[in-house]
Design a binder for this molecule. Sequence first.
Ligand code: ARG
Ligand code: ZN
Length: 474
Amino acid sequence: MTLPRQQPSRRPTVLRREAVVAAVPVAVAALLVAASPAAAGTVGAAGAGDPYFTLAGNGGYDVRHYALTLGYDTGTRHLDGKTVLTARATQRLTRFDLDLKGLKVTGVTVGHHKAAFRRDGQELVVTPRHALRKGQEFRVTVTYRGTPKPVTDPDGSLDGWIPTDDGAFVAGEPQGAMTWFPGNNHPTDKASYDITITVPEGRAAVSNGVLLGQRTSHGRTTFRWRQTEPMAAYLATATVGKFKVEQFTTPDGLRVYNAVDPREATAAAPVLKKLPSVLAWESSVFGPYPFRAAGSIVDHAPQVGYALETQTRPVYDRAPDLSTLVHESAHQWFGDSVSLTTWKDIWLNEGFATYAEWLYTEQHGGKSAQKTFDALYARPASDDLWAFAPADPGDGSHIFETPVYARGAMALQKLRAAVGDPVFFGILRAWAGGHRDGHGTTAQFIRLSERLSGKDLGALFHTWIGTAGKPSSP
Ligand code: ARG
Ligand code: ZN
């Protein structure tokens, strides 16, 4: 199983019992409006309305595209950045926020005009010269520089631009994107990206999507990456280091780019060799792979302690084992292509990716998913596994803990047993296909499962994802 390797913190003893099935589907629009009373006026809200990360994302606009131009000096750890966002106003805006933590902003323009700006914690507050009309497309350019520093998440882990001995490990779940570029840092707002990074010659800068080109001059190499399909900010990377690179195109036209820290190369090779077959197997189970590019970034970053499913190209803090590769690959469907609207729904990412590991084992000569379920069910009621309801981690400090991963996967095994294999795999494919390049909520998943099975699954989901404590029967 792939769990973040930091110590899970203990759960408070008060556990909330809430019927997940009764939860009102959370519309993105409602989130934006609910975020702050100011959202009703002409000032964009400071957050997207996520109860776990109240300042994450912003109200009043939708980003269509990010163009990032970065220069990173691995010696001084200095970053020079320019971010151009193309966005559309969803309300009249006299002022709006971007998320950015640390770094020094040297200029902001909106359209052709210089805009006023100030910093307020993680908010970069922008006042354009002219108010933006509702529906107006606009372009924001932010220039900035400084030494990026990671954030410490509520669970104690490092997140964002994390320096390494030869560059930086760059990941952003759930919050770290704002440590290296200004944006709308919540998964409700997905956009396409062009990421251009210049690093000292001899280092590589590896990002999402397809490598458009690479050029070296005067001792510096520029890498130009393009992520065409919509991506949540937390899935962006620009990992820098000394890497051995391997590139090829699969028979079905998938562009694969693997970058491996030489210190991890021997351990990583046999696992990375399986990437095409893992993606082919996952495509046969979940439906077509959602992106045109694939690959891996295997860094040597022991201080990180986790891997992340960065879009098209997961980033690993060390050579992954096969289960971890299967897990991060499955996130390309569940989490990356079908995204969360609220961090509370994190089991839709982690429970599904964990279940993919169980399925892979089952279909490759190992124990059945039911056996994995049974072994987990045998754990005593006092085990951390039962500490809280997978669909209700309570706050941002528990979103990467065992109930989300393992019990979330157990819920899928219960669903499979209740509806039978043909319907179950049909549900997984319909989920990935129907919400491709978009979003999905827990309530929508339950409705889809009920519709395709013709069964009332309220009690099953209530027990397995909506209730804390060990269920009385497996
Ligand atoms: N989504 C990652 C996984 O596949 C875990 C990321 C953990 N991030 C963190 N800041 N603790 O399991
Ligand atoms: Zn995961």
